[in-house]
Structure formats: C-alpha cells, structure tokens
Design a protein around this ligand. Structure first.
Ligand code: HMG
Ligand code: MG
Length: 283
C-alpha cells in the first residue's frame, strides 16, 4: 500500500472536552502549538457549545485567540447551532462542524434534539457557512453502537450522511462514539454509507474502548477512506456517551499507517512530544 492518509487531530477538542480537571487555556494553547509543529493540516481545538453542558470547552475563544497559527493549517470548531456558529466566526475558527447522530436516544442526550430537529438546527448553520465561504464538516455519532439503544442500523447512518452531504458538508466523519465497533460492523456500515457518498468525502472517527479502532481503520482503508480522526495521547470520551473511552491515539494510528506503507506527513518526534504533553494534561 502507498499514498497519503491524513490524520485529523481532534485531541484538543474531543480529547479534552471530557476531562474533569479544568485545564487552563494556556495549557491547551501549548498543546495546539505543538500539534501545529507536528505537521497536521487540520486541528480541532474549539467547541462552541453550552458551557453548562461542556464546561471544559468554555474557553474555546481564548484558545483560538492564543494559538500560533501555522500557515496552511485549518483550526476547526464544533458549532451545533447559529449561536455556536457566530461565536466560532467571532473567535476566528477556520472551519466549523455540525454534529448529529444516527440514534435518536444519543441525539437527545447529546444535543437535546431528535435527529430531525437537529437537522433543522444545522440547516441555518450550513447556509451561513456556505454564504461566508467557511468550510463545513459533519459528524455522525453512534454509527455502529449507541450507548442507549445498542446496535445501530447501517441504513440509519446512510440517511443522516445523505442529509449532511445535501447541506454542503465537504466531509462527513463517521463516529464510533463508544468505541465498541468491531470491524465486521464497521464494514457493513461503510457499505451502506458508500452507496450515498464517495470515500473521498468520508472520515473514520473511531474511539478505542474495545481496542479494535486500528482494525476498524484498516477495514476503512480497504473501503477507500483516507482520513481518520484521532486524539494525541489517546485522550477523550464524550460526556454524553457513558462508557466511552478515549479516541484512538494519534501516535498509534500514525505508527500503524507507516507500517502499512502510508505517508502521513507527520514528524513522529514532535508527535511524541505532543503525546507526552497530552497525557500530562489528563486529570
Ligand atoms: P439546549 O438546552 O437545547 O439549547 O441545548 P437552547 O437553545 O434551549 O439553549 C439553552 C441554553 O444554552 C441557553 O442559555 C443558550 O443561550 C445556551 P441560557 O439562556 O439558559 O443561559 N446555548 C449556548 N451557549 C453557548 N454556545 C451555544 C449555545 N447554544 C445554546 N452554541 C445545545 C442545545 C446543543 C446547545 C446543548 O445540548 C449542548 O451544548 N450540547 C453539547 C453537546 C456536546 O458538546 N457534546 C460533545 C461533543 S459531540 C462528540 O463528542 C461526538 C463526536 O466526537 C463524534 C463521535 O465521537 O461520535 C463529534
Ligand atoms: Mg468523538
């Protein structure tokens, strides 16, 4: 195998959002700056959600204001609604993401809306992003398993993916939120989604609770995906997904991709430095 595979670094957002210890903006900024030096093209480092729901992300504007922006790097933010979108624009986010789910119970628990209601909230965000020329990414949570409902039908994922595509998402990231997905289930989900969307517009976002995330990445590579989300140091978990552990660790993904013959463009030495920094932030 050969070719370029991009790791979309989500550690400063997905990795830190669930940490109990309140981490100061300066520490977050130091981590993002180290990640910029490691060679990532996209780093998710902010989330403009309710501070009551996710207190750890309440200083996202300070983080975006304090980082040393590396040329060509896109600094990304989550924006669940127009309030979040406007805050992200004011703070200087380069791109934004709307985040839905393939399971009704998780959608309610995470963003207090049914799937249909969430899509209605996303539409104005998508229109505003398009009007301003801001890149819009989409996430789907619970693409294989829901913490409340169990197995999720691949067709349910494909339906939400098609909606996000129609809203203008340039890429849709498929989240195994609780990290319980096995390669067979991930593969079956991908088959359904690929009937709607070409692999170049998909990303794999696999948490690693069941320790199968690297295998899930391999089945996704075989289906043509070339972007994977990961969090440096394996940080993370979603506050509204009980039992979810960290994201797959960026350094483990980078090492596996190198073994498989793919290029990531990352400086492994700086990445190790960032991983040590991330682990030290953990409460
Ligand atoms: P709601 O309560 O339905 O919203 O929450 P609301 O419109 O009724 O507003 C309630 C209060 O929130 C109001 O404040 C609003 O101003 C405020 P009050 O008047 O009571 O003082 N509010 C906001 N504040 C800041 N920023 C905003 C915003 N919107 C409303 N954007 C809402 C709806 C979506 C806001 C809420 O449910 C929420 O913030 N949820 C957070 C969910 C979250 O961040 N989850 C983790 C990220 S998703 C994830 O990790 C999964 C992913 O990694 C993929 C995977 O692994 O599967 C992406
Ligand atoms: Mg996640």
């Amino acid at each position: 195998m050969s070719g370029y595979v991009e790791i979309f670094e989500v550690g400063p957002r997905d990795g830190l959002q669930n940490e109990e210890r309140r981490i100061g903006a300066a520490e977050k900024i130091a981590l993002v700056d180290c990640l910029s030096r490691a060679g990532f093209r996209r780093i998710e480092c902010a989330s403009f959600v309710s501070a009551r729901w996710v207190p750890q992300m309440a200083d996202s504007d300070k983080v975006l204001a304090g980082i040393a922006r590396a040329p060509g790097v896109s600094y990304a933010a989550l924006t669940p609604n127009m309030k979040g979108f406007e805050a992200a624009m004011a703070a200087g986010a380069d791109e934004v993401a709307i985040f839905g789910a393939a399971s009704e119970s998780f959608s309610r628990a995470n963003i207090n809306a049914s799937i249909a209601e969430s899509l209605d909230r996303f539409r104005p965000v998508a229109e505003a992003a398009t009007a301003r020329g801001v890149k819009l990414r989409g996430y789907i949570s619970c693409v294989v398993e829901c913490p409340y409902e169990g197995a999720v039908a691949p067709e349910a994922v494909a339906r939400v993916a098609a909606e996000l595509r129609d809203m203008g998402c340039y890429e849709i990231s498929l989240g195994d939120t609780i990290g319980r997905g096995v390669p067979e289930a991930v593969d079956a989900m991908l088959v359904a989604v690929l009937e709607e969307i070409e692999p170049a517009r998909l990303a794999g976002h696999y948490h690693d609770t069941g320790k199968r995330a690297l295998e899930n990445i391999e089945v996704s590579l075989a289906r043509g995906l070339r972007v994977f989300d990961a969090a440096v140091g394996g940080l993370g978990g979603c506050p509204y997904a009980p039992g979810a552990e960290g994201n797959v660790a960026t350094e483990a993904v980078a090492a596996r991709l190198a073994e498989l013959g793919y290029e990531t463009g990352l400086d492994m030495g700086v990445l190790e430095e960032a991983a040590a920094m991330a682990r030290a932030l953990r409460g």
